[in-house]
Design a protein around this ligand. Structure first.
Ligand SMILES: O=C(O)Cc1cc(O)ccc1O
Ligand SMILES: [Fe+2]
Length: 431
């Protein structure tokens, strides 16, 4: 399917699916063209500073207020912080890909929470989820009042139908859906799976570039927003939502994806991770992974993110007289990782595409024993890391894994063994 997109991160985009549907010179005319209703959508406070303010004006067939009464929708696998878990542990954790559902399952039904931190009610922290879907959402629509969704497909493309239009996203690309935007996820070429970071905090933004200058990392122009598109569809549908940690459903007699025109900065967007302009050392030592930050959700403490979304893309490694893989380390920040494709440099075995790992605050980790041995003795010719894409959801708040994730058959019982045969190399008589 060929979709058209608008380019530029956080621009005030505008788009209309019918000519002259978008009012000119004002947002709220006495009567909108085509008999549309105007609706303001704010995913930041009215009074948020201009640079952070995200709002969109929607011109729609019916206002969002036309919806039935919400009732709880029993769906137990999507959980919300604060999480009370029996199994908190400072041990490093790693999972194989989670088992696929056997029953027909759409994107919201197939969302399983792996870990969460902070408290959604105070707009602090994030949750990490794993999704599977083997069927498209058809008569079900969804929005999340608890946070923004960063979706990282790992298997097969998905098609998002949203209030602002349609976006197709494949493994190697990401999709961000602002808090509150109504959407459906459709299958394109078979069952889908991947990762989600639900961000309860400040919306994701591009990190500063500092002395790197005016270019590099993720470039604004590579972020793609949808063109206006609408459904004029009536029937017996369900609007699902998550609010204050509970999933709800309401009857709705029309498609809520009925926005004919829109203008503003709060809209879903996608980004192709292969566009990331990686910076790295051309001299020596392994820099901190913050050089690979694609998007960040700041917290109230400068430089100490609620969420950093970091990738490990294909790249040249040229550091001289250097141990090139990640060093052994312990970190204030908590690190949740996933692998979209290929092999990750610190872990050649056991961390597989579709798998996950969790190294919480101060949990020591680093290269597995075989990688240490190999990298300590490798000839340091320039080397190209190819066909690989790992990522990290990094947060200042420790991730509390859910009981479901801790009792999953996919949890590896022997992960820490990857370091257990690191030899003692110390020899006080040999420098
Ligand atoms: O632990 C990890 O594998 C992620 C990571 C990668 C890196 O290159 C440096 C630090 C870091 O935490
Ligand atoms: Fe790490």
């Amino acid at each position: 399917m060929s979709l058209t997109y608008l380019t530029g991160f956080n621009n005030e985009h505008e788009s209309q699916a019918l000519p002259n549907a978008l009012p000119q010179g004002q947002f709220s005319p006495q009567q909108c063209s085509y008999g549309l209703y105007a609706e303001q959508f704010n995913s930041t406070a009215f009074t948020a500073p201009r640079a952070q303010n995200r709002r969109t004006w929607l011109y729609r067939i019916r206002p969002s207020a036309l919806v039935g009464k919400f009732q709880p929708w029993p769906q137990s696998q999507w959980q919300t912080a604060p999480i009370r878990s029996q199994g908190v542990t400072p041990d490093p954790l790693r999972w194989d890909p989670l088992p696929e559902p056997t029953a027909p399952t759409h994107f919201i039904e197939g969302m399983q929470t792996v870990a969460a931190n902070g408290d959604a009610a105070t707009q602090v922290g994030v949750a990490t989820h794993y999704y599977h879907a083997n069927r498209s959402m058809e008569d079900e629509y969804f929005y999340n009042a608890d946070g923004e969704l960063l979706i990282v497909p790992q298997q097969n493309a998905l098609l998002a139908h949203t209030e602002m239009g349609r976006l197709q996203v494949q493994p190697g690309e990401i999709l961000v859906i602002p808090r509150g935007v109504k959407f459906q996820i459709k299958l394109v070429d078979g069952p889908i799976r991947g990762y989600v970071c639900e961000n309860y905090g400040a919306p994701l933004q591009l990190p500063e570039r500092g002395p790197v200058g005016a270019n590099g990392y993720a470039n604004d122009r590579d972020f793609l927003y949808p063109s206006a598109w609408f459904e004029e569809r009536e029937g017996d549908f369900k609007l699902l939502c998550k609010f204050a940690g509970t999933l709800f459903q309401a009857d709705i007699k029309h498609s809520p994806l009925d926005v004919v025109a829109w203008v503003g900065r709060s809209a879903p967007y996608k980004y192709d991770l292969s566009r990331f302009n990686a910076m790295n050392t051309v001299t020596y030592d392994h820099p901190d992974p913050s050089i690979f930050t694609v998007l960040t959700s700041p917290s109230d403490s400068e430089g100490t993110a609620n969420l950093d979304f970091v990738i490990f893309p294909p790249r040249w490694m040229v550091a001289e007289h250097t141990f090139r893989p990640p060093w052994y380390h312990r970190n204030l920040m908590s690190e949740f990782m996933g692998l979209i494709e290929g092999v990750y440099d610190a872990k050649e075995k056991g961390f597989v595409p579709g798998g996950m790992s969790l190294h919480n605050c101060m949990t020591p980790h680093g290269p597995e024993a075989d990688v240490f041995e190999k990298a300590s003795n490798a000839e340091l010719a320039p080397q190209r890391y190819q066909d690989t894409m790992a990522f990290m959801f990094e947060s200042r708040y420790p991730f509390i894994p859910t009981d479901n994730a801790l009792s999953s058959t996919a949890l590896q019982s022997d992960y820490a063994h990857c370091w257990h045969n690191l030899p003692k190399l110390f020899n006080s008589t040999q420098r």
